[in-house]
Design a protein around this ligand. Structure first.
Ligand code: NAP
Length: 255
């Protein structure tokens, strides 16, 4: 008996990284899972690798969360193919880091569109099902960078925006049996942080080591660390928690 037996979870940006780790955890605990990502073939390959429980299913769906038509069509496909929707994890993300004076309009717009507009569009599409069935769990990915990070004016603004969105969703949707929370990860070892290492001209292993040494718990985070917190916040055990942002960062921002 899993915590998510009979539930359908959608995880955006789940072809790899934190999204894939989170989708795997939902599948392990009994959910049917839709892996949503930009490229349908990559999404389908990831869905095929999920540890799906007996009686549950996994599908891969290609969609761009920053497009209204694409986000709405993706949610309707999930409902048609998996028989409903109960959990939405807004995880899709990109970075376009640069110091403010070098940041282009496109750097700003792209990051705001994928993170903030994407979370808005996916949530608006899913909430009509959640409200009608008086049940839903929304989890948004913020970041420790929401608190400010050199070279990330766009990403930091989007990730703090996610926290405001989450609080407002908690207020508006609480009366309809819908919980909305956010996780703000610290350094998690994924392609995204590997790309940061490459941009800074630092070897990936060296970059992870530096970040581990600077962290109070002396290691970097893994997708599984976020997945464990995501599963709790999207479970019925967390039904009295809403509008919150949980920092899962090994204490990185305590100093
Ligand atoms: P990742 O490995 O780069 O994976 C992100 C995924 O999102 C990719 O599969 C990417 O697809 C997909 N994606 C990008 N734009 C999309 C769009 N418009 N529509 C649908 N999917 C899209 O990133 P990650 O490190 O796992 O990060 C996941 C989330 O956690 C992000 O929101 C990130 O900001 C947040 N986060 C990460 C860290 C960290 O240290 N890694 C820390 C704090 C917060 P493509 O492969 O096709 O580009």
């Amino acid at each position: 008996m899993g915590r998510f037996d009979g539930r359908v979870a959608v995880v955006t940006g789940a072809a790899r990284g934190i999204g894939f780790g989170t989708a795997s955890r939902f599948a392990q605990e009994g959910a049917s899972v839709a892996v949503l990502d930009l490229d349908e073939a990559s999404a389908a390959q990831a869905a095929a690798r999920l540890p799906v429980a007996d009686g549950a299913r996994a599908v891969g769906i290609g969609a761009d969360v920053s497009s209204t038509e694409s986000a709405e069509a993706a949610v309707e496909r999930v409902v048609a193919e998996l028989g409903g929707i109960h959990i939405l994890v807004n995880n899709a993300g990109i970075t376009r880091d640069n110091l403010l004076f070098k940041m282009t309009d496109d750097d700003w717009d792209l990051v705001m569109n994928v993170h903030l507009r994407g979370a808005f569009l996916m949530t608006r599409a899913a909430q009509k099902h959640f409200v009608a069935q008086r049940y839903g769990k929304i989890l948004n990915l913020s970041s420790v960078s929401a608190l400010g990070n050199r070279g990330q004016a766009n990403y930091s603004a989007a990730k703090m925006g996610i926290q405001g969105l989450t609080r407002t969703l908690g207020i508006e949707l609480g009366p309809f049996g819908v919980n909305a929370n956010a996780i703000a990860p610290g350094f998690i070892a994924t392609d995204m942080t590997d790309a940061t290492a490459a941009r800074l001209g630092i070897d990936v292993d060296e970059f992870r080591k530096m970040n581990a040494e600077a962290n109070p718990v002396k290691r970097v985070g893994l997708p599984e660390d976020i997945a464990a917190a995501a599963a709790f916040l999207c479970s019925d055990e967390a039904s009295y928690i809403t509008g919150q942002t949980l920092y899962v960062d090994g204490g990185a921002k305590l100093g």
